[in-house]
Design a protein around this ligand. Structure first.
Ligand code: BES
Ligand code: MN
Ligand code: MN
Length: 451
């Protein structure tokens, strides 16, 4: 009956999602502020049409939060669905096969910015709710909280959560904003990394100089910044910041075995990325490197002349944006301080250096020994015919740790994307199959959860 509903209504489901995807809800760019709001209003209307009562747009200092609830019986358990309707900037635009905000299905995949991260996955929940509502299957209470600032650090959501503990009372948080291994190997994410995101600016001479007249006699900030960044890893791929690994939880042999039991093909991985070799911290597998080890990466670096042709210049300034992915039990604010102190200590006296922290967030591990997790596993067994594999994802959803801290709630991370869906990248996509199976699995989750 549920499968049939999804098949019969598939075209409408996709048409509705496409209208939402057409709205460029880019939270990072203030030019798109009205579009971000339009995307919130669109979701508000669709939640109402799906049968959620008490849908509202909650204002924040930044982009609004869409909240809705359906309380069938205050004595029954409550699921709080979280997601985000904001998207990453689509740049570089030239690399998209079709424009990012003109969704198109090719090869049974929906191509658009936000198709997988996270509008497409949020919409599975809206449609799952519609099905339960129309077919009279709802046996617990459901709350929706979908924000517009996840991609910029969720600062205002954190405040909203702290100020609305009663409103958000629930038994579990349910999120679809992560990845599956594959349709043949369904998985449930049980851990996310934290984040410290920093910006470093190095200033040399008080103005750009002729690189012939001054070159060789004055420190070049681009050269200096590159040397400093190069020194942040040793020959074994370990981060050299003193104290960086002090709090890192090590895994037991059994935990490592379990983590590495997940299907992973190194050759497929390299072929997909067109790389000849992988690289990472010595002594750890790829799944460990992305799942349970902390990292440091340059996300952007600039300085000097990057226009057409060649301009001979010894630049005055150089900058880099650097992210560190954190694992239990590292603390974002502590890592931020260790990084800042270390950068200042290694900066040569030939330059001035300024370190500015951007957003951060704590790592999270979710429980596998809980009724909601078992309900999610049962849902995957129903729909995929297989036991889902627990995995640790490398990305971050900082609000998960905050939900635990502020609301005391555990999260179930039931994501349906693939790592290869190109989120944050040109040609982001989401499988139509993933979308449909996701809806079915979510409905099955509620059935098992309410038992
Ligand atoms: N949905 C992603 C996080 C994610 C992706 C988790 C894939 C697991 C697998 C989320 O929207 C995201 O991009 N988060 C940011 C952090 C945020 C503070 C900007 C990230 O991980 O870079
Ligand atoms: Mn996301
Ligand atoms: Mn994202």
């Amino acid at each position: 009956m549920i499968k049939e509903y999804i098949t019969t209504n598939n075209k409408r489901f996709l048409d509705e999602l496409f209208d939402w995807l057409r709205i460029p809800s880019i939270s990072a760019d203030s030019k798109y502020k009205p579009d971000v709001r339009r995307a919130a209003e669109y979701l508000h209307n669709k939640l109402r049409e799906a049968g959620v009562d008490k849908v509202e747009i909650c204002e924040t200092k930044g982009h609004p939060i869409v909240y809705g609830e359906k309380i069938i019986d205050p004595g029954k358990p409550t699921v709080l669905v979280y997601g985000h309707y904001d998207v990453q900037p689509p740049d570089p635009l030239a690399l998209w096969t079709t424009p990012p905000f003109e969704p198109q299905v090719r090869d049974e995949k929906i191509f658009a910015r936000g198709s997988c991260d996270d509008k497409g996955q949020v919409y599975m929940h809206v449609k799952a709710f519609e099905i339960m509502s129309k077919l009279n299957l709802l046996t617990c209470n459901v709350k929706f909280m979908v924000e517009g600032e996840e991609e910029v650090g969720s600062d205002n959501l954190a405040e909203f959560v702290k100020a609305n503990k009663q409103k958000l009372k629930a038994d579990v948080i349910l999120i679809s904003d992560t990845a599956l291994i594959s349709l043949e190997h369904p998985s449930i994410t049980t851990g996310l990394r934290g984040l410290s995101y920093m910006e470093v600016e190095v200033t040399g001479p008080n103005r750009d100089l002729h690189s012939g007249v001054y070159g060789g006699a004055v420190a070049n900030p681009v050269n200096v910044l590159c040397e400093m960044i190069a020194s942040l890893h040793d020959a074994d791929g370990r981060v050299t910041i003193p104290g960086f690994y002090d709090k890192v939880a090590s895994l037991s042999a059994a935990e490592r075995t379990a983590l590495n039991a997940a299907p992973f093909d190194l050759n497929d991985y390299k072929r997909d990325l067109d790389i000849a070799e992988i690289k990472g911290e010595k002594g750890f597998t790829t799944l460990e490197r992305t799942g349970v080890r902390p990292t440091l990466d340059v996300n952007g670096i600039w300085g000097g002349y990057i226009g057409e042709g060649a301009k001979t210049v010894l630049p005055s300034k150089a900058s880099a944006k650097i992210s560190m992915r954190l694992v239990p039990n590292q603390i974002s604010s502590e890592i931020t301080k260790l990084f800042t102190d270390h950068i200042k200590s290694i900066a040569p006296s030939t330059v001035k250096v300024k370190v500015t922290p951007h957003h951060g967030g704590e790592p999270a591990v979710t429980s596998t020994d809980s009724q909601p997790f078992r309900a999610a596993a049962a849902a995957f067994r129903d729909v995929f015919g297989k036991e889902p594999i627990p995995t640790r994802d490398g990305g971050s959803i900082p609000i998960v740790a905050l939900f635990k801290k502020e609301l005391g709630l555990d999260t179930v991370l039931m994501g349906f994307g693939f790592d290869s869906d190109a989120i944050h990248s040109p040609n982001e996509h989401f499988g139509v199959k993933n979308f449909n199976l996701g809806i079915e699995t979510i409905v099955a989750f509620y059935k098992h959860f309410s038992r």
